[in-house]
Design a protein around this ligand. Structure first.
Ligand SMILES: NC(=O)c1ccc[n+]([C@@H]2O[C@H](COP(=O)([O-])OP(=O)(O)OC[C@H]3O[C@@H](n4cnc5c(N)ncnc54)[C@H](O)[C@@H]3O)[C@@H](O)[C@H]2O)c1
Ligand SMILES: O=c1ccn([C@@H]2O[C@H](COP(=O)(O)OP(=O)(O)O[C@H]3O[C@H](CO)[C@@H](O)[C@H](O)[C@H]3O)[C@@H](O)[C@H]2O)c(=O)[nH]1
Length: 328
């Protein structure tokens, strides 16, 4: 298949491009490299462009004529979205409209969309399934709810079809050591804890220990990035087999508190790093755990890397590899 991957130079997109390339698909990555890296595109052709550049996007879609688009490109930080909501609505909503507009214009019918657990806000029931109300509590989550809503309406009015994958907390790195998370300033819990264990930060801050959870810190369902990548291949197969437009949660169905994660990073790394308590971070729900039974039953998705120590260890190995490369 011919597959256009927006944001394919980023953390999750690059892992998916790796799997798609290994399966022999023809790939074009469209990425403005704002947080992504050209070296992370292991297969296909990289076009360095911004989704806000409609003429360029149009040209790429017209010439490449993809069978399917995988849309990862977005701004992704919950806390930043609270401070800069317009940045999030422009990049995640307006630019998604640019993409959809161009797809419609050139008759491209299938899209796999990177949605998020943040669409649920603070769910009543846990694990949360896809039928739960969408009540985001931060602009990032709202922007993804809007993206899904636009796709749903488009699918009603035309033969456009989509799968929205609602990712829970993505972590870890490629088991082959070729890819992983690389950000100038890591904000995600596992990445930040690992960088603290390896000496990049003097201590880790825990944001809030007065949540209504057993140890008072937030609980998340951490999914290994390679399991999430394989969920995209399952979704692609599902659409190819003429499946209807659907929304699927992507997680394991169990969660860990911030304290659990910190203890696991300490054990796996062997470093007893310093931890400081701080106030709650804006926009954080107390707990998010996925019910992904729909994804498993309708697509046959079978995750392989659901052990937290394995996830942390893969992220740690990647971080140590990066440090060795930088030092060389
Ligand atoms: N990381 C997570 O835990 C998580 C959880 C839920 C959902 N998601 C979603 O997954 C997707 C990928 O996230 P990620 O963690 O890989 O982030 P990332 O920042 O590593 O990847 C995003 C990629 O999109 C590119 N990009 C951003 N804006 C662009 C634009 N306007 N035009 C072209 N390229 C642009 C960036 O350069 C980057 O390569 C996002 O849509 C995000 O909302 C991530
Ligand atoms: O230094 C840190 C970093 C994080 N946390 C806490 O750890 C938890 C997880 O935070 P983080 O790793 O930043 O992820 P989330 O804010 O849960 O968001 C991620 O997971 C969401 C899905 O659940 C996605 O939508 C987002 O894109 C993605 O950034 C939260 O309670 C944070 O307050 C800390 O206590 N200290």
């Amino acid at each position: 298949m011919r597959i256009l991957v927006t944001g394919g130079a980023g953390y999750i997109g690059s892992h998916v491009v790796k799997l798609l390339g290994e399966q022999g698909h023809e790939i074009v990555v469209f990425d403005n490299l704002s947080t992504g890296h050209a070296w992370a595109v292991l297969h296909g052709k990289l076009i360095a462009g911004d989704l806000a550049d409609k003429p360029l996007l149009d040209l790429v879609i017209r010439e490449f004529r993809p069978d399917t688009v995988l849309h990862f490109a977005a701004s992704i930080k919950v806390e930043e979205s609270v401070r800069e909501p317009l940045v999030y609505f422009y990049n995640n909503v307006v630019n998604t409209m640019n993409l959809l507009d161009s797809m419609v214009k050139h008759g491209v019918k299938n899209l796999i969309y990177s949605s998020t657990a943040a669409v649920y806000g603070i769910p009543d029931r846990m694990p949360v399934d896809e039928s739960a109300p969408l009540c985001p509590i931060n602009p990032y989550g709202s922007s993804k709810v809007m993206g899904e809503a636009i796709m749903r309406d488009l699918a009603v009015s035309s033969d456009f079809k989509f799968v929205a994958l609602r990712y829970f907390n993505v972590a870890g790195a490629d088991p082959d050591g070729q890819l992983g998370q690389v950000y100038r300033d890591a904000t995600h819990l596992i990445a930040r804890s690992i960088k603290t264990a390896t000496g990049e930060y003097p201590y880790l801050t825990i944001f809030g220990d007065n949540y209504p959870t057993p140890d008072g810190t937030c609980i998340r369902d951490y999914i290994h990035v390679s399991d999430l990548a394989s969920a995209h291949l399952s979704a692609l197969e599902y659409l190819r087999a003429d499946g209807e437009s659907k929304v699927f949660n992507c997680g394991y169905g169990y969660g860990f508190s911030v304290r659990d994660v910190v203890e696991t990073v300490k054990t796996v790394s062997g470093v007893d790093f310093k931890v400081k308590m701080a106030d709650r971070r804006a926009g954080d729900p107390p707990a998010l755990i996925a019910d992904s039974s729909k994804l498993r039953s309708l697509t046959g998705w079978t995750p392989r890397y659901g052990d937290l120590s394995y996830i942390v260890n893969s992220a740690l190995e990647w971080e140590l590899l990066l440090k060795r490369k930088l030092a060389a």
